[in-house]
Write a protein that binds this ligand. Structure first.
Ligand code: ATP
Ligand code: MG
Length: 335
């Protein structure tokens, strides 16, 4: 297991606003909170912060992944059951909602909740009471529900897959976690934090991100968001030596999207021949030319079986210049 973390790192205005909102919502009397964000963007972390910032912090935080529990088991998992309620119910069992009494119940991937369970949760939200499976008497509970989804719930409502009354009930307080690619230099701040965290956890040298890698990180789309960045930094801490994260440490899936020289070069040349609003920003010019240089050097190095002198000759560069260029491009460690 990864060391757990309940600090939301970031200085981007959207993250500063998110921290402010969490600080206001957590101690409030809001009984439900809905968190929306792409996969790996930090919804679980936000849910935990809401719990920890509330007066419920000393009580349980019950984390339930609605997609992970089979529909036929979910009711008794959530609400518990009486002895003999169904075949196999040999003992009375307390459910997860009861276990969260006084605390917070986190319903992750709420969209996956079966319609029957959607109705039962709605009743629970309205009445603050529920029945164990097979029970006659209701039980009163005091829990705050925090729900999360990575799909826009309204679309599910419109498609008839999610109850509109539950949706409107949940989204009274809704919190949006922005995708990592929209957080600018927070990507580098987070990368550095994770490098520090995993250097502390696994030992090894404290690493810095090479400027070329930083450039790639700022243009990559991060479909797996913060989790993808964290896992990558951990892998590099475990597997790579030296004081820097280099381009050669990055997986093909990242390099493919940012390093394919033909579209990049085409985009760069198209930009160069256009004027006005369609001209590309300097960062893209830099990324495109660096990607082109890197791909060219990589191909020639491969053709020359990684003999730097031969490659330099083919490229009509001095050995020193080629080596210098490769260090600059993150293809070789600094001497
Ligand atoms: N701003 C942040 N600062 C520090 N760590 C973060 C931040 N955002 C996310 N993380 C870390 O990234 C990882 C993924 O976050 P989390 O599990 O909260 O994402 P999620 O949106 O719940 O993902 P999923 O959709 O897969 O459930 C966790 O280890 C979390 O601690
Ligand atoms: Mg999660």
């Amino acid at each position: 297991m990864k060391p757990s973390q309940t600090k939301l790192i970031g200085e981007h205005p959207s993250i500063v606003a998110l921290r402010d909102l969490i600080a206001r919502v957590a101690p409030s009397r809001a009984g439900t909170v809905l968190i929306y964000g792409e996969t790996g963007s930090g919804k679980g972390l936000v849910a935990r912060m809401i719990h920890e910032g509330s007066q419920r912090a000393a009580k349980a935080f019950v984390d339930i992944n609605c997609a992970a529990i089979p529909a036929e088991l979910l009711e008794s998992e959530l609400f518990g059951h009486e002895r003999g309620a169904f075949t196999g119910a040999v003992m009375k069992k307390e459910g997860l909602i009861e276990a969260g009494n006084g605390g917070s119940v986190f319903l992750d991937e709420i969209r996956e909740l079966h319609p029957v369970m959607q109705a039962k949760i709605l009743t629970l939200l309205d009445t603050k009471r529920f029945r164990r499976v097979g029970a006659v008497k209701p039980i009163d509970v005091d829990v705050r529900f925090i729900a999360a989804t990575n799909k826009i719930l309204l679309q599910e409502v419109n498609a008839g897959k999610f109850r509109d009354d539950l949706y409107y009930r949940l989204q009274v307080i809704s919190i949006n976690v922005p995708p990592l690619r929209e957080r600018g230099s927070d990507i580098l701040l987070l990368a550095d934090n994770f490098l520090h965290k995993y250097q502390q956890a696994h030992g090894g040298q404290r690493k810095q991100v090479h400027p070329e890698v930083a450039q790639i990180f700022l243009t990559y789309s991060w479909p797996g968001n913060v989790r993808e960045l964290e896992n990558l930094m951990e892998r590099i801490c475990l597997l790579e030596d030296g004081p820097q994260v280099l381009v050669s440490h990055l997986p093909a899936r990242i390099l493919r999207t940012v390093q394919n020289p033909l579209p990049m070069a085409a985009a760069a040349s198209a930009a160069a021949t256009q004027v006005g609003e369609s001209a590309r920003a300097p960062a893209e010019y830099h990324a495109a030319t660096a990607a082109f240089q890197r791909a060219l050097i990589a191909r020639v190095m491969q053709e020359c079986q990684h003999h730097i002198a031969d490659a330099a000759e083919r490229l009509n560069l001095s050995r020193h210049a080629l080596r210098h260029q490769m260090i600059k491009l993150g293809m070789l460690p600094k001497e």
